[in-house]
Design a protein around this ligand. Structure first.
Ligand code: AMP
Length: 460
């Protein structure tokens, strides 16, 4: 199985500032991946590219962006699991075949990439990366059709899994969402220029208008003649509910709803389900803030920022090394003693994965004088790994996969612990059609067997 990525994809067509907009777009999408970034642009004849490890603001200097010529560009932010973080895996990938260049940025994870790769290698293909995304390029190169649209549709018939793709040729930009629409992708417009972005928050920064979501199973072809849409598959949509819980930025509009409003509602419903007497409600910043506001408002308890976040650390979970992750919580969060001392505190966070964060927070709050700490989580217990592109530890490491709520409460040393119910979560998103596999084990795209992530590919 290839590496599985949390990622951002972005693309611009028809503006002389394409590379600059892509840089800004990737900056707005930095939360979706902090390990590496890349931009490829085109002036209609050549491709120009730059990619490196690090944050968007560190990688792209003024000079680098000036060298990314042309009026179209695509970009990518990536986080990967340990072992697969080589520079070769940094997207976008570009290739030259048949009569031109093509570049690709991918968010999501294919579940049949191992078998596709195996067949391609047996057939003589040489892979440059360990990424499942490279399969798209090989399959396209092997396709006999001269028509890119037809080739793409045929290739998409062979891959299974989650993919939001942005592709670019010297004269087109292409946006694709997999048949289930698991990962997000939105279309924006700035004057005559079309933009594709993982999330709509990037449109705000470059003052573009949000047009609509790319639909599950839809391909958008953008050329100088305008935009054309083709539906290549029809499945029951299953967008990822964890985007609403944690992953997307609260200022994004996702599948017709404000992420902030959905999170606040999750917090309000959580309060209805598991109200507890306390002096203050505090969020785990930043991810728990909207839910904690909803919780405090509904339970009529004073909201306070009892934990301060150091914004210069990055997400603890995103650190590829286990040793850093462990003391990372302390690097990132610090209680404000004057707020929590002597108080009964209700702490709201969006999720418990391994239980590390909650355990350390409760210890810090008690050391800062909190009398009691009640923990409230604005999603159900996370019981099963994601195979569609959200980085999660193996099933064994997911505390809720093998422990009851009471056992988790004891482990994290909370005075009480409650999770939002599945019904409560579905009420907050107001729709039924979602991938909820991490909370229900109900995988919309069936796996033959559970892949062992973190093991290197046998043939590389
Ligand atoms: P843990 O300490 O393993 O229980 O992780 C829970 C914390 O990580 C919560 O504060 C979440 O906001 C955050 N979190 C949950 N899922 C992810 C993810 N895929 N990437 C980064 N952080 C996450």
């Amino acid at each position: 199985m290839g590496v599985h990525d949390e990622c951002a994809v972005f693309g611009v067509f028809g503006n002389k500032d394409a590379a600059n907009f892509t840089y800004l777009g990737l900056h707005a999408l930095q939360h979706r991946g902090q390990e590496s970034s890349g931009i490829i642009s085109t002036d209609g004849k050549e491709f120009y590219g730059h990619k490196a490890r690090g944050l968007v603001s560190e990688i792209f200097t003024k000079q680098v962006i000036e060298n990314l010529k042309g009026d179209a560009a695509i970009g990518h932010n990536r986080y990967s699991t340990t072992g697969a973080s080589s520079i070769n895996n940094v997207q976008p990938f570009a290739a030259y075949f048949k009569d031109g260049y093509i570049a690709i940025s991918h968010n999501g994870n294919l579940i049949n990439s191992e078998s596709i790769r195996h067949h391609l290698i047996e057939d003589g293909a040489i892979f440059h990366t360990t990424s499942d995304t490279e399969n798209f390029l090989h399959l396209l190169a092997k396709n006999k059709s001269d028509n890119l649209q037809e080739s793409l549709i045929s290739v998409l018939g062979k891959v299974r899994g989650a993919y939001s793709l942005v592709l670019m040729t010297t004269d087109s930009l292409i946006g694709i969402r997999d048949p289930y629409g698991i990962r997000p992708l939105s279309l924006g417009k700035k004057g005559d220029c079309y933009i594709l972005s993982s999330e709509s928050c990037a449109f705000d920064l470059i003052e573009a208008d949000f047009v609509r979501d790319v639909m599950p199973g839809e391909i958008l072809f953008i050329t100088h003649n305008g935009i054309e849409s083709r539906q290549f598959a029809y499945e029951t949509p299953a967008p990822c509910i964890f985007e609403y819980v944690y992953f997307a930025r609260p200022d994004s509009l996702l599948w017709g709803k404000s992420v902030y409003n959905v999170r606040k509602k999750m917090g309000a419903i959580l309060a209805e389900e598991s109200m507890v007497d306390s002096d203050i409600v505090i969020p785990v910043p930043d991810s728990g803030i909207p839910a904690a506001l909803g919780f405090a408002e509904r339970s009529d308890i004073n909201f306070q920022m009892g934990l301060m976040r150091n914004h210069y650390v990055g997400r603890t979970f995103i650190e590829p090394s286990q040793s850093i992750r462990h003391f990372g919580v302390k690097l990132k969060l610090n209680p404000i003693r004057s707020i929590v001392d002597g108080k009964t505190v209700t702490v709201v966070d969006d999720s418990i994965v391994r239980g590390t964060t909650s355990k350390k927070i409760i210890k810090m709050l008690k050391e800062a004088g909190a009398k009691k700490v009640h923990m409230r989580i604005s999603s159900p217990p996370f019981i099963s790994p994601c195979f569609y592109g959200v980085d999660t530890p193996t099933r064994r490491e997911l505390i809720a996969s093998s422990h009851t709520v009471e056992e988790i409460r004891k482990y994290i040393t909370a005075d009480s612990l409650n999770f939002l119910s599945l019904d409560g979560m579905m009420k907050a998103v107001e729709k039924k059609e979602f991938c909820t596999a991490c909370f229900t084990k109900n995988y919309p795209i069936k796996l033959e067997s559970e892949p062992a992530y973190g093991t290197p590919l046998p043939f590389l």
